[in-house]
Design a protein. Structure first.
Length: 186
């Protein structure tokens, strides 16, 4: 389990996050006349629940290394101006709730996290490690922040009843994402 950020009830009882933004309050952009300008007040809430599995969904993330792996992934996020709000998973997949800065495309965030953690796991364990090539990413509103964090932190209990494949199909269906069963898991 890995949690960053504070959550407290707002006036209407809904959870209100502390500083979940990823910083970078100023964003540079190219103006129509070709000069670089600074847009001084860029405020975004870009919360994304990312889900991906190990290559071929092999059970190769042992309990003894998960906590250290989650912390390492949190460090990758922090180093790259993202915030990892919650990280969790099982032996064959992981979930991460990220707050992305305005300047970070989701695909770049996944490349940094998956690539860096694969390399670290390989070096740490001496075993060849790979994540699956693809991932699922689902936007999260601030009003659903606490249930999402609870869901990520409850992975061990959740997967005692439901496997990763059913879980992932459920995410796709709930978010209205069309998919072909033949290609979902590669």
């Amino acid at each position: 389990m890995f949690i960053l950020g504070k959550i407290s009830p707002g006036r209407d009882g809904a959870p209100v996050a502390g500083d979940l933004s990823s910083g970078l309050g100023r964003v540079r952009f190219q103006s129509p006349v070709g000069t670089t300008e600074i847009m001084a007040h860029t405020y975004i809430s870009q919360l994304v629940h990312c889900v991906f599995s190990t290559k071929n969904r092999l059970n190769c993330i042992g309990e003894e290394i998960r906590s250290e792996l989650w912390s390492y992934i949190g460090g990758i996020a922090s180093t790259n101006h993202m915030k990892a709000i919650a990280i969790g998973g099982t032996a064959n997949h992981m979930h991460i709730l990220l707050s992305l800065p305005a300047t970070m495309p989701l695909s770049k965030a996944m490349q940094l996290i998956k690539g860096g953690s694969s390399k670290w796991l390989h070096e740490k364990t001496g075993n060849r490690f790979q994540w699956q090539e693809s991932y699922g990413a689902f936007t999260v509103s601030v009003s659903h922040l606490k249930p999402t964090i609870d869901y990520i932190n409850g992975q061990a209990e959740h997967h005692a009843k439901r496997d990763f494949e059913d879980e992932f199909r459920g995410f796709l269906k709930r978010h209205g994402i069309a998919f072909d069963e033949r290609y979902v898991f590669g």
